[in-house]
Structure formats: structure tokens, C-alpha cells
Design a protein around this ligand. Structure first.
Ligand code: PEP
Ligand code: MG
Length: 571
């Protein structure tokens, strides 16, 4: 008998493969005394040897899949396994105190971790994390427990986990990972967003998938409906293989629209742009015929590594995107760290409400040594294409002015240094805080454009965490309150002759698109994989009719009523 579970459909597609459990293993042990000290030391040495073999493989795989800079972290781990200052005290502790190997190992390594962490030195703090990681690996081998290693996957799998961090997701090898299913998260959590850019089927927020699935179980993931089937019957496998084929056929059909403009039946042109996280996502942008980049989430450049990217490294990344887009608009968002996107090497204190805390522009304005190099890199890259810069999480006009002032300071410095900088860089803000939407008319006088970040705007307006599957019923893109805010922002920008885009996931949502078109949205920016579907839909709509729909939608009582209304206009 198969078992069915439901979650939130997060990335289109159907996957059928064996489960690969990405869960923290149980590494608990008893602090026992031992009689045979030599045997215990041998156990420890064998675990060190096995860890070395394993880490060398992981390192080589990481180098091939994600590049040498990301593989370097494992070199640091291998060095620790050879460090006599760590190895010797463990062996001495076993022989002098006759404790078992797990006790000696964890006592010694946690001493090092405590000392390194207490130092006021970035480098040593990172070493603390390395020692902790290596100690966990050796301990697992002593206990005979297998640690999950996603970068080692070399056969088709569906990943099962509580949640995937954005850096877990970045390490997945698309050739083998067919899909993933998680306990927590929503459609706009960043692992979900990344699965869409990787074109991997995913279902999130199932609450308890990790409790139901065993390593190696057969899994079907239906990223179109949010359904997951554990150990399917033969008939179910055949039905979903057919569904997968239909999905791929439709994708092929859509490709015919790749080079077309996005024009409504009554002749109105809108811009369909794509969201990217790294220059690697550009292949998907080209394949799916996006007309520009509406959101480049630069924080992914900073993630999955041990230290900040240098100004030059950033310059190269921005330059390559601008060059490849060949004169089409590229909206680069400055560093938006915080919420579910962490940078461990910044060692920021934990906060009660990270989504409401020290993040994004707040952090950048307070730590110009982080912000200035990014601004310089952007300015230096600006002559290679059509660059727009936008600041995330702006809550006050003063924040925008401060950010703009820093940008202008760097611009003047560069010009003095003889570096060429484009004159026509547009400067905008994300509208993702209700206060900013409420004050859109004031902002519109100072910015060149708005991009509405509905992923956050919805969570802040509805006071419903975008990561929480428990309150996902309140995470309502079609709630009239959201539509009214969107209308207010678009109208305010048009009043000042400026444009408004939307780069939250709502921009690619088939139910929202007719309303957004009617509200007069100028640019829709979405996961590249949604672009062609959106184009097909918009080409079948009349803006005039959608204007009438939008006017009625903002007067609706509930999100459900809006959905029904959209259906009645578009069926
Ligand atoms: C948003 O909040 O809508 C957005 C596009 O930014 P992010 O998803 O990166 O928070
Ligand atoms: Mg946001």
C-alpha cells in the first residue's frame, strides 16, 4: 500500500526516484570507562582514517560540481584531521583517564571550539565551526552512524529533509536530484525559490515527511499539486510517468513563445523579466525568453562560503550578467541578508524575530565596510550593460537617501580614480514593508522605480511568517488588502512618471496575473521557469477587461472572493 501526503506545491514538475534522507543523525553516546585502552585508541584512529577517505571524496566532488573556492572548506577539514594538537590530546585522554573514544573526542574538540569562539577574530571563529564539523564526522564513524553528504549523491534521488538551507540547495547536483520534499517552509521560502530556478520538482511544508519516509523508499513528488506518494503502486508510477511526460510536452510547446513579445489582445506591452540568484541562472533566463532581469539576489554570492566575496569577485559576477543580458535591463538588488538567509561568518547575534531584525539595508547602512565594496563593484560594472540598482527592505525615506549618498560617494571616488561609471543607472527600492507602500507617493518623488517584493510584503501585512506552514492559510496574495497596497504603489509611481515592477513570487502566479495586469503593473519578474506560462496567459488577456476585474477585486471582502472573481473573468 502506498501512502499519500500533502504539502505546498513549490516547484513545477513530477519526480519519481528513491528517497535520500537529509536529516541530522542521532549521535548520542554514553560516557563510559573502558578496560582496553589500546582497542579504544585504534577505534579512534580508524575513524580518523575513514573520515579522511570520505572527506577527500567529498572535496573532489565539490570541486567538480560547485568549484574550487567552495571545495576549499574541505581542505581545511582535512588539515584538522592531521593536526597533532587535536589528535594527541584525544589519545592521551583515552589512555590517562580510560574514557571511551566518543567522550575523549568531544571533550577535547569542544575545548578548542570554546577557545576559538571566544576570540575576537573572524578567522578563529570560522575555525571553531570547522573543528565542530570535523569532530561530528569522526564521532559518527566511531559510532558507526552514516552522515548525509548531499554533494556525494551520484544516482537519481528525491531529497527528504526538515528544511533545506539556501546553501544546501545550492550544492545539489541537478543531474541527480530530481526533487525535494520538506517538513517546513512555504512557496516563498528561499529553498522553494531556488528549486524553481534549478527546475527541480518540490513540495514543502508537509509537516512530517521525515517521520514517514525511510532511506531508499520510492517517492513520487508532484510539484504541480503538492502531493507526495511514498512507495507508490505500479499503477501510480505509470500514471505519474504519464503526467511527467505531459509536463515536458507542455514545456516544449511553450518554448515556441520564447522570442515573442508579451502583448495583450488589446495591444498593451508589459515586460516579463526573470529573478536570478547567481550568473549560473542565466541559462534558464535565456531558455525561457525573459526580457530582462527584474531581481538579481546578490546575497547568494555571499553564501555557502567562509568569507565575504571581494570587490573584484563581485565586479566579475555583475559584469558577466550585464554582458550576457546584452543591453536588456538588469535590476541588481544590494545585499539582502537576514530572515532565512544567513551568513555564518558575520557572526550576527541571534534575534527573536530575524525577519523583523537587523538585516538587509539596515545592516548595510550600519556596516559600510560591507556595503561600500558592493556599491563600488556595481558602479564599476555599470558600463557593461543596462544596470538598475535597488535597495532591499527600505522602511523610511531617510534610508533610501543614506544609501543613495553612499553610492554617490563611491561614484565620485571612482571617477577621481579614473574609472568610468555609467551615467544612466536607475535607482529604486523594493517595496516590501507596508509602511513604504503607505508612503509610496512620497517615495515616488525620490526613486526612479519601485519593485514590489510581495514575498515579504504579504508576510508583514498579514503578520504571517512566510516560512511557517502553520499560518500559511493567512499568507494570502489575493487578499484585497494586498491588492490595495499594490494599486497604491503602482498609481503613486505613475503619478510621478516612474515605473513599478513586482519581483515577489506573486508576479508569476496565474491567478494574480490578470489582476496585476488590470492594476497597471509595468514589469513582472519571476522565476525563469514561470516566464513562458505567464506570456501565454497575458497574450490571451485584454488589459481593458482586466482593469474592470482589478477595480472589482479591490472591493472584494476576501481572498476567496477575489479568486472566484478572477475565475469568472478568465475562464
Ligand atoms: C520579496 O520579498 O518579495 C523578494 C522578492 O525578496 P526575497 O524573496 O529575496 O525576500
Ligand atoms: Mg524580500
Amino acid at each position: 500500500m502506498s501512502q499519500r501526503m500533502n504539502g505546498i506545491a513549490a516547484s513545477d514538475g513530477v519526480a519519481i526516484a528513491r528517497a535520500y534522507l537529509l536529516v541530522e543523525p542521532d549521535l548520542s553516546f554514553e560516557r563510559d570507562k573502558v578496560a582496553d585502552v589500546d582497542a579504544e585508541i585504534n577505534k579512534f584512529r580508524n575513524a580518523i582514517d575513514t573520515s579522511k577517505v570520505e572527506l577527500t571524496k567529498i572535496r573532489n566532488n565539490a570541486e567538480a560540481n560547485i568549484g574550487p573556492d567552495k571545495a576549499a572548506i574541505f581542505d581545511a577539514h582535512l588539515l584538522i584531521l592531521d593536526d597533532p594538537e587535536i589528535i594527541k590530546p584525544v589519545e592521551e585522554k583515552i589512555s590517562n583517564e580510560q574514557v571511551n573514544a566518543p567522550t575523549a573526542l568531544t571533550d577535547v574538540t569542544s575545548q578548542f571550539v570554546t577557545i576559538f569562539e571566544s576570540m575576537d577574530n573572524e578567522y578563529m571563529k570560522e575555525r571553531a565551526a570547522d573543528v565542530r564539523d570535523v569532530s561530528k564526522r569522526v564521532l559518527a564513524h566511531i559510532l558507526g552512524v552514516t552522515l548525509p553528504n548531499p554533494s556525494m549523491i551520484d544516482e537519481n534521488v528525491v531529497i527528504i529533509g526538515n528544511d533545506l538551507t539556501p546553501s544546501d540547495t545550492a550544492q545539489l547536483n541537478k543531474d541527480f536530484v530530481q526533487g525535494f520534499v520538506t517538513n517546513i517552509g512555504g512557496r516563498t521560502s528561499h529553498s522553494a525559490i531556488m528549486s524553481r530556478s534549478l527546475e527541480i520538482a518540490s513540495v514543502v511544508g508537509t509537516k512530517s515527511i521525515t517521520e514517514e519516509v525511510q532511506q531508499g523508499d520510492m517517492i513520487i513528488v508532484d510539484g504541480l499539486t503538492g502531493e507526495v506518494i511514498i512507495n507508490p503502486t505500479e499503477d501510480e508510477v505509470i500514471a505519474y510517468q504519464n503526467k511527467r511526460e505531459r509536463f515536458f510536452k507542455d514545456k516544449e510547446e511553450l518554448k515556441k513563445l520564447r522570442d515573442e513579445e508579451t502583448t495583450t489582445v488589446d495591444g498593451v506591452n508589459v515586460e516579463l523579466a526573470a529573478n536570478i540568484g547567481t550568473p549560473k541562472d542565466l541559462d534558464g533566463v535565456m531558455d525561457n525568453g525573459a526580457e530582462g532581469i527584474g531581481l538579481y539576489r546578490t546575497e547568494f554570492l555571499y553564501m555557502g562560503r567562509d568569507e565575504m566575496p571581494s570587490e573584484d569577485e563581485q565586479f566579475e559576477a555583475y559584469k558577466s550578467v550585464l554582458q550576457e543580458m546584452d543591453g536588456k535591463r538588469v535590476v541588481v538588488r544590494t545585499l539582502d541578508i537576514g530572515g532565512d538567509k544567513e551568513l555564518p561568518y558575520l557572526n550576527l547575534p541571534e534575534e527573536m524575530n530575524p525577519f523583523l531584525g537587523y538585516r538587509a539595508i539596515r545592516l548595510c547602512l550600519n556596516e559600510p565596510e560591507i556595503f561600500r565594496p558592493q556599491l563600488r563593484a556595481l558602479l564599476r560594472a555599470s558600463t557593461y550593460g543596462k544596470l538598475s540598482i535597488m535597495f532591499p527592505m527600505v522602511a523610511t525615506v531617510q534610508e533610501f537617501r543614506d544609501a543613495k549618498a553612499l553610492l554617490n560617494e563611491e561614484k565620485e571616488k571612482l571617477i577621481k580614480e579614473g574609472v568610468e561609471v555609467a551615467e544612466d543607472i536607475e535607482l529604486g527600492i523594493m517595496v516590501e514593508i507596508p509602511a513604504t507602500a503607505a508612503l509610496a507617493d512620497v517615495f515616488a518623488k525620490e526613486v526612479d522605480f519601485f519593485s514590489i517584493g510581495t514575498n515579504d510584503l504579504i508576510q508583514y501585512t498579514m503578520a504571517a511568517d512566510r516560512m511557517s506552514e502553520r499560518v500559511s492559510y493567512l499568507y494570502q496574495p489575493y487578499n484585497p488588502s494586498i491588492l490595495r497596497l499594490v494599486k497604491q504603489v503602482i498609481d503613486a509611481s505613475h503619478q510621478e512618471g516612474k515605473w513599478t515592477g513586482m519581483c515577489g513570487e506573486m508576479a508569476g502566479d496565474a491567478t494574480a496575473i490578470p489582476v496585476l495586469l488590470g492594476l497597471g503593473l509595468d514589469e513582472f519578474s519571476m522565476s525563469a521557469t514561470s516566464v513562458l506560462k505567464a506570456r501565454r496567459q497575458i497574450k490571451g488577456l485584454s488589459q481593458n477587461e482586466m482593469r474592470e476585474l482589478a477595480n472589482r477585486a479591490i472591493d472584494c471582502v476576501s481572498a476567496d472572493e477575489v479568486e472566484d472573481l478572477v475565475q469568472s473573468y478568465t475562464k
